[in-house]
Design a protein. Sequence first.
Length: 363
Amino acid sequence: MKNLSIRKFHATNCKFQNNQTSVILQALKGMSTLTTINLSNSNLTEDVAGILAEVIKSNSKLEEILLFGASFTTSSGIILQALITISSLNVLDLGNNGLTAAMATDLADVIKSNTSLEQIGLGGNQFGSSAVVIAQALKEISSLKLLNLNGNNTTGVIAEDLADVIKSNRNLETLDLGNNNLGSSAVVIAQALKEISSLKLLNLNDNNTTGVIAEGLADVIKSNRNLEELHLFNNNLGLSAVVIAQALKEISSLKLLNLNGNNTTGVIAEDLADVIKSNRNLEELHLFNNNLGSSAVVIAQALKEISSLKLLNLNGNNTTGVIAEGLADVIKSNRNLEELHLFNNNLGLSAVVIAQALKEISS
């Protein structure tokens, strides 16, 4: 073991027995070359977590700690206290571990100790409004490129501090705030995002922002012209989604647009068609439950002019059979199409035309 030299240690999806894990992790202690530990989706018992903490403390050059879904909730304090002792981290993923508000202060201290952090994944935890403490620590650094707080129910109390985080981290590329019950306070976050130009992915899914965010989001899009993914599922945008679409047609980088569950109605169709024509590398278009009706034909006519589409979701739009010919052309133009969702559209016998087109690309 003395001559062992490892830079990256990956043991994902492992259900180690304690004695097995002990032997392996003990060998990593004090290894000066070690930069990455990835134990994502592995079962870290309290005993194993204790050994991992010793490994962290003894390896001062660690750059990446990936513990997504590692099931260490009961021993999270031990690991966080160890992380406070190092200062070299660039990437930290603690997502999907059920971490609670009680861990917020320790996590804030980890961030303050590791001021070169570029990526921090905290999605799928239970921080709630205590995420404010984490955000207050994050605004003291300037290197952040990815922040994932998805599914923490932070509520709108985090908005002002998150805005400051964005202003301090002007190279931010990915911001995932899905499922946080932000409500109209998301406007404050949008106002900060329009001051940067680096954003590539923005996820505001399931925040019930309502249409009040539309103008702010339009400005974010115009400032961040390399935006590749925009997730706005279930935000009750209604007709104000038109303002967002009008901004999106001014960029050409978009690969994924999710407007599922916003009841935009057919008034968005012409602008969405222009978005598609401007963004010819579009791969995913999610329009479930938007009450598009027969205006979906206009969207289909635009989609047949591109060839990059992999997923199209038109579920629950009552498009009727008038869309069949247009969709058939979309399928023929996009021969790498992997998913087509047409549930609850009253297609009737016209679905035969769509099936015939699908047969052509599968043969």
